[in-house]
Design a protein around this ligand. Structure first.
Ligand SMILES: [Mg+2]
Length: 366
């Protein structure tokens, strides 16, 4: 997101929607099996283990006190009739795609934020003079009828505000925030609710007496910039409804990672051989990143043992990765730390969290 932040960008001339599916994972399973509809349903890490952690709970379960993050054992004590389902990523991707197919019929600009959330720029369909509610209701109904799940929609004058308000009336809510309503409706809320305001920033702000979004909105821009840098400026603009970041279609060439992998000619046990294979992958990844003109901030390795089990490890990098030395150093460290003793037959290296070096301003690392 930092890539698209431009404080001097012109404001949108029409409404921006943020659509967010309600208890998405649970909703997908319920859409598949109508018998679950009125029952308390959770998706949990490992339903067979009593300690599986609840990832999502439908609203029936939430009504009984079940919360995300609870362990299954505790949840079953609260609610013995609880239905626990194992996550099914392929199912979620399928529903996500169907939902986005519907969204894409509305706006030329559609920006998915995660599997179950997306922004749609409605500027080409309507201006601020038009009432956006009938369109939001129609969109909500089409997703319910065609995909079988409910979404909540936030409607506002820009992306950040639309995202901010989409969960104000869940499930199956529509919340409209007009520019003139910002002081009454947005400003009394805690500053930590602003998109991009993490706990550390919220704490620093609290120390300066900035508790609500309104407190931040009333701060002098230069002061905020001085204390919190560009990240602070972005938050300050969000507080007044002036963050005009555009809704950006992900381009097909928007890569999420660059990777290389090699299968060994024989089962490798010797550390030197294995590091050689990793080095070969690191070289290819480095070359590819340079060709694309990208750097990355996350490194991953994978290896496959003789029993065909694939293992992975990842690590964040504070420095921008593209040079072969840096990639190899981190990759070999990850490998050595894994303590793998078995023979391996494949190794791979990947670099993700890619950015253009010209956008290296690190908004989120204060
Ligand atoms: Mg959601």
């Amino acid at each position: 997101m930092s890539r698209h932040f431009d404080p001097f960008r012109q404001a949108s001339t029409g409404w921006i929607f943020h659509c967010d599916a309600d208890s998405f994972y649970a909703s997908c399973h319920i859409a598949e099996n109508a018998a679950l509809r009125d029952r308390p349903v959770v998706v949990a890490g490992d339903p067979k283990s009593r300690h599986g952690i609840i990832v999502t709970a439908n609203y029936v379960a939430r009504g009984l006190g079940i919360r995300t993050g609870m362990n299954l054992d505790a949840a079953r004590q609260l609610c013995p009739q609880l239905v626990a389902i194992r996550p099914d990523k392929a199912l979620y991707r399928r529903y996500s795609q169907s939902m986005q197919d519907i969204f894409s019929q509305y706006g030329a600009h559609l920006e998915p934020l995660s599997l179950d959330e997306a922004w749609i720029d409605m500027t080409e369909l309507m201006s601020f003079d038009d009432d956006p509610l009938p369109l939001a209701e129609e969109l909500q109904m089409r997703v319910r009828n065609m995909v079988g799940i409910s979404v909540s929609i936030g409607v506002s004058i820009n992306k950040m505000l639309a995202k901010q308000v989409s969960d104000w009336s869940k499930p199956e809510g529509i919340t409209l925030l007009r520019k003139q309503e910002i002081p009454d409706k947005l400003w009394p809320r805690p500053v930590s609710e602003l998109f991009g305001c993490g706990p550390v920033t919220a704490q620093k702000m609290a120390a300066l007496g900035i508790m609500t979004i309104g407190d931040l909105a009333k701060q002098n821009v230069a002061d905020v910039m001085h204390r919190f840098g560009w990240h602070g400026l972005a938050l300050r603009l969000r507080a007044t409804g002036d963050d005009n970041s555009p809704v950006v279609n992900p381009k097909p060439e928007d890569r999420r990672s660059v990777s290389a992998e090699h299968t060994a000619a024989y089962d490798m046990v010797n550390a030197e051989d294995i590091l050689g294979l990793i080095g070969q992958c690191a070289e290819e990844v480095s070359r590819h990143l340079d060709q694309l003109g990208l750097v990355g901030y996350r490194l991953g390795i994978k290896w496959r043992t003789r029993d065909f089990v694939t293992h992975t490890r990842q690590i964040a990098s504070y420095g921008a990765l593209h040079r072969v030395e840096d990639i190899f150093r981190l990759a070999s460290r990850l490998w050595l730390e894994s303590g793998e003793k078995q023979a391996i037959r494949l190794a791979g290296v990947s670099v993700s969290r890619l950015e253009h070096p010209s956008f290296q301003l690190r908004f989120w690392n204060y």
